[in-house]
Every structure is written in C-alpha cells, then in structure tokens.
Design a protein around this ligand. Structure first.
Ligand SMILES: NC(=O)c1ccc[n+]([C@@H]2O[C@H](COP(=O)([O-])OP(=O)(O)OC[C@H]3O[C@@H](n4cnc5c(N)ncnc54)[C@H](O)[C@@H]3O)[C@@H](O)[C@H]2O)c1
Length: 194
C-alpha cells in the first residue's frame, strides 16, 4: 500500500513519520512545494528505520506528483497554520487555493485515492477537496475530532490522574462544536472510556 502526505511541515512530517513507524504500509511519499524540504526530512526519517524497526520506505519530493502515482490514501496537510489572534476561518482564501490545486494534481495521478484533509478550516477544506476531486463523498475524510479528543483526554488525565490514568480515547465533537457527525463519509465511533 502507498500513502502520500502533502505538506512536509509540522503536521505533514509528523504524520509521515507516524505512519512509517507503525509499519502498516509499504511506501510513504512526502511532498512539499518548498525545494528540498520533503527530501531532507524523509531521508532523516527513513534512516531511523533500523533503530525503530520498520520497513516502510519514505520518499520525499518537491512538487513531483508523478512520484505519488497510484497512492491509495493521500493526507493533505499543505497550507498556512494559524498565527496568534487568527481564527481557522481566516485561512480560508489561501488554503482553499492550495487544497484545490493539490487535489487536482492528486486525482490526476491517483484516480482511486481516498483523501484525508487536515488543512484548516477543516470542514470547508473537505468540501473544497470533494468538489474539486468530483468523487463520491465516502472518499473524502476530515481529521479533527480525534485531535480534540486526544487533547481533552490528556487534560482530563492531568487534572484527575487517579480517575483517568489510562489514556483510552473517546471521540468528541468537531472543531466547530457540532455534534459527532459524518464528515463526508467519516463516521465518528466510540471506544471504551474507563
Ligand atoms: N485538522 C486538524 O486537527 C489540524 C491540526 C493541526 C494543524 N492543522 C492545519 O494543518 C495545516 C498545516 O499545519 P502545519 O503546522 O503543518 O503548517 P506548516 O506551515 O508547518 O506546514 C505547511 C506545509 O505546507 C507546505 N505547502 C504550502 N503550499 C503547498 C502546496 N501548494 N503544495 C505542497 N505543499 C505546500 C508548506 O511549504 C509547508 O511546509 C494548517 O492549515 C493547520 O491549520 C489542522
């Protein structure tokens, strides 16, 4: 299985590293628009494979979508993050342009790909990718609930260590505070909370 991560910044590079270390796919392609950044980070990560005991091949490329050919999953993290004082919605104009052009390129090279959006504002970027890709909504996912859940659960563990010592996860609501919902085909599910 091949996974592409677009954007080799804080989130994208961490995401590529986590996928590789789980040893669940054959190849991770990390793509960024900045010359040499994805190549350098990927090389550093891949060279930890003998220490962290995984076989995933991580490759970095600069804007080379040929290298992403026939990916089964793409994670789109490209775009601006918030600066102090900004809301996620302040990122719409810039990030919509980035997500649109990335999605066009991805679909051209991997027509059957499933798309996981991370770029903010998440719900809008999911819809942007869905409209651009022109695929069934079950192939476009947004990643947010699990992050908010993990943060919430970690704070609970910090405040009530005797009650929440084990970090078992329960899904929470979306970034916008809405009820757990289907995010273009992504069904939030519940795990055990001890
Ligand atoms: N959904 C969530 O829960 C969640 C969590 C954290 C961050 N985010 C969002 O994820 C995005 C990335 O955050 P970050 O902290 O990694 O930012 P970052 O600035 O560290 O990384 C973004 C990367 O995207 C690259 N990029 C920009 N345009 C590109 C393009 N056209 N093609 C390829 N790469 C391109 C940049 O060169 C940069 O390396 C932001 O929009 C942020 O708000 C979402």
């Amino acid at each position: 299985m091949k996974v592409t991560v677009v954007g080799a910044g804080n989130v994208g590079a961490t995401c590529a590293n986590c996928i590789a270390e789980k040893d669940i796919v054959n190849e991770v392609v990390l793509l960024d628009i900045k010359e040499g950044v994805a190549e350098g980070k990927s090389l550093d990560m891949w060279q930890t494979a003998p220490i962290n005991l995984y076989d995933t091949r991580i490759k970095g490329v600069t804007n080379d979508y040929e290298a992403t050919n026939n990916s089964e999953v793409v994670v789109i993290t490209s775009g601006l993050p918030r600066k102090p004082g900004m809301s996620r919605d302040d990122l719409i104009a810039t990030n919509a342009g980035i997500v649109k052009s990335v999605t066009e390129n991805i679909i051209k090279h991997s027509p059957n790909v499933k798309i996981i959006i991370v770029s903010n504002p998440l719900d809008v970027m999911c819809y942007c990718a869905y409209l651009t890709a022109k695929v069934d909504s079950s192939r476009v996912f947004g990643m947010a609930g699990i992050l908010d859940t993990a943060r919430y659960r970690a704070f609970l563990a910090e405040c009530f260590p005797e009650r929440y010592s084990s970090l078992v996860i329960r899904w929470t609501r979306g970034h916008d505070g809405s009820a757990p919902k289907i995010h273009h085909g992504f069904r939030y599910s519940c795990n055990r909370l001890d």
